[in-house]
Design a protein around this ligand. Sequence first.
Ligand code: TMP
Length: 202
Amino acid sequence: MSGVLITFEGIDGCGKTSVAAEVLSRLEKAGKEVVLTQEPTKTWLGDAVKKGISEEHPALTEAFLFMADRTTHSKTISNWLEEEKLVLCDRYADSTICYQAASLVIEGFEGDPFEWLKRISDAFALRPTLTLLLDLEPHDALERIETREEMTKFERLDFLEKVRENFLRLADVEDRIEVIDASASFETVVEESERRILETVA
Ligand code: TMP
């Protein structure tokens, strides 16, 4: 038997990072062999991504930076899966499809950037067994993060509206994606996420 990869996705401010950390702690207490990881990663590749998005570069450059980080990260995840671990990942390939498709639309990329990015991702990224999409109105998400010291250029209402649309579009075509209402209380979102993970690994 091999391990299971579960990803958390959603727009900035949806709460997935805090939810994933709490779910990790509960699963560990329940005796599961679980690892929590994230993208951008905490490696020099992840740092390069963060530097890239803090500057002005074409969206295509950003897309390839995220994918470069992911290519190496996927190797690390595969090793954990071989060790039969339960791997929780805070953002993965769906973020590139949904965020960079929104940027490429703004940049005037020819064709449908969503389909193009999905095709590339499907070809090289790992396929999570389950993806929890924490869905929240961008207006509410921005209210939650407006006091943060560091905001990325992605944290704008019109942009996040587009990203959310892309996530919901992806959820329509991917059975592995389960949408969770992230406007509910933190406790409810954590319980709902944990329940769906336990159902998946049972
Ligand atoms: P984080 O806030 O979850 O650490 O992610 C950093 C930012 O990068 C966030 O605004 C989402 C964005 N992002 C992308 O645009 N594409 C990606 O593939 C990933 C992983 C993140």
